[in-house]
Design a protein around this ligand. Structure first.
Ligand code: ADP
Ligand code: MG
Length: 625
């Protein structure tokens, strides 16, 4: 374990392990299998990289995406770790050369995609090697219950067994994931063949993330995104959209207003995707507008915000995507924008069968029911008036803190809570009286006393619930949705969903029944107002563009230095130093090598490579002050 601590300091410049890391590393060093379930950004990579560094032989890391290996490994190599990867973009000659070097002991770690494990040349190479550890990153890809199922992950077990058979014994296997559900965890243990693993599940709280939820109509979303991006003009962020079209439109909108935005979705050519991804990683494009195809394995640590333009289909997916903000531990924002239509869209996707293997009818029903449940939890998160962090932690089965976090949009009360108990009762009464399933619009019309043709033709104006509430149609529909997530009403699947009574319909009759909804108090940002005025379309560009003052200004200088060093060395800026490390320099203002080494994230190797340049920049800044 002393070796592991020394490596943490020498290669990464960190002085202590984060929760969970030590237990996993210890287990692996003792030769045990291990499963680490930790949220995105918790630092799972270290738990296999460090054992790989300190154990003799070549540790194998199985990672899902070929396209990301280059980034993963170049960061390691720059920190002085003897890492390598083989992927299908290399010619056979290059692959052979890498294997030859590995045989000569040139590497401690090798990244491969699961497909590689069935390549005969690679297999015979590995069977002849001493492999002290096999790591499976993003291990939830092995499970059909996870959201990123990859059939090639199912071949990992056969490979491990074959290695064991060829060598007489197999090394410990460590599997890592951020997916917390029981089914996925069980699948990983079973399908990766983990034997009596050390299971480490860390808390899912990410204290440095601030969560906010804002409900708004689709047209307002774009403006909100632009004003948010403007207020974070010099910071890197991701905007997730549900469809390719929204990605294109949002990216174009941002570009037209002077922001450096790139787009990413499955409809772009592989070359375009790679190029845009690289621009984002290198901080050349500060905003990435993307579908959920973007992100897995992107370890960029200085993503300062993640905005969702639409409600994702589960809290699981949301937490994973939003969690890509603030991996370096610095304060970061996660903003979720949603509207009623997002719910219908999610329902539509759930109801549209996909080519998910050959599920039996029963399995398909089970999967459908599971998805409905996941979506309802997501909707509940959007609608809750309680602390968002507590809502999320409760969902993931974490210990829920006794006190609200004080650092989410609900705790900070950007909304008013309105009592809708009467409206809720009226809606349920109306559904009962109609006695036949109709859509939300009809119900809203009836309870609001509309004279629409459908209402008069149907004679619904004679129902007791007719005209019994005063509220907007959208408020009534909101209430119907809310009642559906609580099982009081039931909204059918399909293209024209209808509303019936849910299993818990009786709840509204209870005397203590109450229902409140939140309405945003926030007026659109002042910045957004500029944009609406004719002739001021470019005004976003001015916001936040000025140089900072005080230590902000030093941070900007160090950031500029980092960018130029990174460009010269062909690295991503965050690989040189993280934002957090730059902030550490601003706080400590080191003037000697010893002082510099005390900054978190400055290891011996990085001190040698970059230390002097940063010391000089700090000294120059001090002079000018
Ligand atoms: P995950 O794979 O769990 O999402 P990563 O392995 O990508 O997370 O790590 C996220 C960030 O946390 C990286 O920038 C990494 O350098 C940093 N990190 C990891 N372990 C530590 C530690 N013990 N102390 C400080 N920072 C750490
Ligand atoms: Mg990871």
């Amino acid at each position: 374990m002393d070796d592991a601590k020394a490596a943490l300091c020498k290669y990464y410049g960190y002085d202590s392990f984060r929760p969970g890391q030590e237990a996993l590393i210890r287990a692996v060093l003792e030769g045990r299998d291990a499963l680490g379930v930790m949220p995105t950004g918790a630092g799972k990579s270290l738990t296999y990289q460090i054992p790989g560094i300190v154990m003799p032989g070549l540790a194998l890391v199985i990672s899902p995406l070929v396209s990301l290996m280059h980034d993963q490994v170049r960061g390691l190599v720059d920190a002085g770790v003897r890492g390598s990867y083989i992927n299908s973009s290399f010619s056979p000659a290059v692959q052979a050369e890498i294997m030859r070097r590995a045989r000569d002991g040139a590497y401690d770690l090798m990244y491969v995609a699961p497909e590689r494990l069935s390549d005969p040349a690679f297999r015979s190479f590995v069977m002849g090697m001493e492999v002290p550890l096999i790591a499976i990153d993003e291990a939830h890809c092995v499970s059909q219950w996870g959201q990123d199922f990859r059939p090639s992950y199912l071949e990992i077990l056969e490979f491990i067994d074959a290695y064991g058979a060829a060598r007489g014994t197999r090394p410990p296997v460590i599997a890592l994931t951020a997916t917390a559900t029981e089914e996925v965890r069980d699948d990983i243990v079973r399908l990766a063949g983990l034997t009596d693993p050390e299971v480490v599940v860390t808390g899912f709280d990410r204290p440095n993330l601030r969560f906010s939820v804002e409900q708004m109509n689709p047209k307002a979303k774009r403006m909100r995104i632009a004003s948010f991006v403007a207020a974070h003009r010099r910071e890197s962020g991701i905007v997730y959209c549900a469809t390719r079209r929204e990605v294109e439109e949002t990216a174009t909108f941002l570009q037209e207003h002077g922001f450096s935005a790139a787009a990413y979705h499955a409809g772009l050519s592989p070359a375009e995707r790679t190029e845009n991804q690289k621009r984002f990683i290198d901080d050349d494009a500060l905003v990435m507008v993307a579908t959920n195809a973007f992100g897995m394995g992107i370890d960029k640590s200085n993503v300062r915000y993640v905005i969702h333009n639409n409600m994702p289909k589960s809290l699981e997916a949301y937490y994973q995507e939003a969690g890509r903000a603030g991996r370096d531990g610095d304060p970061s924002e996660c903003l979720l924008l949603w509207c009623d239509k997002d719910i219908s869209t999610c329902r539509y996707f759930i109801d549209t069968p996909t080519e998910n293997g050959n599920l039996t009818e029963e399995q398909a029903r089970a999967v459908h029911a599971a998805q409905v449940k996941l979506l309802n939890a997501m909707i509940a998160y959007c609608r809750t008036t309680g602390c968002l962090r507590r809502c999320m932690l409760a969902y993931f089965g974490d210990d829920v803190p006794a006190d609200p976090c004080g650092n989410c949009s609900n705790c900070q009360g950007d909304f008013a809570s309105i009592d809708m108990t009467q409206v809720a009762r009226a809606c349920v009464a109306c559904v009962r009286e109609l006695g036949y399933p109709y859509g939300k619009t009809v119900i809203a019309d009836v309870v609001r006393g509309s004279k629409s043709q459908k209402v008069t033709d149907g004679g619904f104006d004679a129902l007791p619930s007719y005209g019994s509430v005063r509220a907007t149609a959208s408020a009534v529909k909101d209430v119907i949705e809310l009642l559906a997530t609580e099982g009081v009403l039931d909204i059918s699947a399909g293209q024209y969903p209808t509303v019936g009574l849910g299993a818990r319909a009786g709840a509204v009759d209870a005397e203590d029944f109450s229902l409140s909804v939140k309405v945003p108090r926030r007026t659109p940002d002042a910045q957004a107002d500029h944009l609406r005025k004719p002739g001021s379309a470019g005004s976003f560009a001015a916001v936040g563009a000025g140089a900072g003052v005080g230590s902000d200004a030093l941070f900007e200088r160090l950031r500029a230095l980092r960018k130029s060093i990174a460009a010269a060395r062909g690295l991503a800026p965050y690989m040189v130093f993280t934002d957090r490390t730059l902030h550490g320099m601003c706080d400590r203002m080191p003037s000697t090598e010893m002082e510099m080494l005390e900054v978190n994230g400055v290891g011996a190797r990085k001190m040698r490579t970059y230390g002097d340049a940063f010391l000089a920049e700090i000294a120059a800044w001090r002079q000018e002050m």
